[in-house]
Write a protein that binds this ligand. Structure first.
Ligand code: AMP
Ligand code: MN
Ligand code: MN
Ligand code: MN
Length: 304
């Protein structure tokens, strides 16, 4: 098992196509790829349109693709991300929530556009309108600021404009943790707390988050991802045991330009922890069956 269960495409703030994701995942020898764009499943719909249903292909697949999503949530004023691995991505309750989240994103970008205009920077609205993305993100605004020569790079764009103390910062009104988990459950999914060490939380506060996540119905957490240092990883494994959360892993891939978050680039789950691996979850095989198979034939036909 070598699954990458956290990736993005150009339907949210990734820069690559679903075709790139498939061909790269096959080239790297991944067993499973979950596409988990921010608050949208447009990329999953595209994959589903062009790949045969898993039970239709007789030969062993090169790769199994799983439906997923990454939902931005508010937890005590802090933005927390919950990944959902989904059996029925079109479930109405999930789609309602994702529609609301996309609308919040549209409104937030309009407010950021106004703040930028007040600072003398115009054109964000039309730049965003030209994008293929279904879920607009601050990452797109950062790209715009860099492309227009207002900032040297994305980090600076966040620091000067888009992050909390930036000139064009606008807080988002995300859904709650339990709304996200319930919507994922309605889609037969497993809710996974994304990149737990990346939140600005003390150990005690992180434990409080995991406790609330578990109470909300969360079932797993990421314990292996890019740039996770061994001490932080050890702490996460202890917390996963304390809160009885299964282990997930993923690169959080966004772009081919960033080699440190390349597809499949994270330590595999240790053999001693495999009994807690997310693929041991009772729902896993249903999610896998509802997924799509990639074969030589389907890859050859897959559009650019
Ligand atoms: P949003 O969901 O609109 O708040 O956008 C957040 C996205 O922007 C994240 O998913 C990251 O991909 C990206 N991001 C957040 N902070 C930074 C940063 N400091 N530098 C570069 N990208 C960032
Ligand atoms: Mn992102
Ligand atoms: Mn995230
Ligand atoms: Mn992500």
């Amino acid at each position: 098992m070598y699954p990458d269960l956290h990736t993005h495409s150009l339907y949210s703030d990734g820069s690559e196509t679903t075709r790139y994701l498939l061909t790269t995942a096959v080239a790297k020898g991944l067993s499973h790829l979950a596409l988990t764009d921010h608050d949208c499943i447009s990329g999953v719909r595209e994959l589903w349109q062009h790949l045969p249903e898993a039970h239709d292909s007789a030969s062993t697949p090169l790769l199994t693709v799983l439906a997923g999503v990454e939902i931005s949530c508010d937890w005590n004023g802090l933005e927390i991300h919950v990944v959902g691995l989904l059996e029925t991505p079109e479930a109405p309750a999930l789609q309602t929530l994702l529609g609301e989240q996309q609308q919040r994103r549209v409104e937030r970008m309009a407010a950021i556009d106004s703040k930028l205009a007040a600072a003398g920077i115009t054109g964000l609205g039309s730049a965003l309108a030209a994008l293929p993305a279904t879920a607009l993100t601050r990452s797109h605004a950062a790209d715009f600021l860099v492309a227009q020569g207002h900032c040297k790079n994305k980090e600076k764009a966040f620091k000067s404009y888009l992050a909390k103390r930036g000139k064009a910062y606008v807080a988002a009104a995300w859904c709650s943790l339990s709304e996200a988990v319930k919507a994922i459950e309605s889609a037969g999914g497993i809710a996974v707390l994304a990149h737990p060490s990346r939140y600005p939380l003390t150990r005690r506060k992180l434990a409080a988050l995991l406790s609330d996540f578990k109470l909300a119905g969360g079932e797993a957490m990421e314990v292996s991802y890019a740039n996770l240092d061994p001490n932080a990883k050890k702490r996460l494994l202890e917390l996963a045991a304390e809160f009885d959360l299964m282990h997930s892993c993923g690169s959080d891939f966004h772009t081919a330009q960033a080699s440190w978050t390349a597809l499949g680039k994270f330590p595999k789950l240790e053999p001693s922890a495999i009994k807690n691996a997310i693929w041991q979850h009772p729902k896993w095989h249903l999610i896998e069956q509802a997924g799509r198979h990639v074969t030589e034939a389907s890859l050859a036909k897959y559009p650019d």
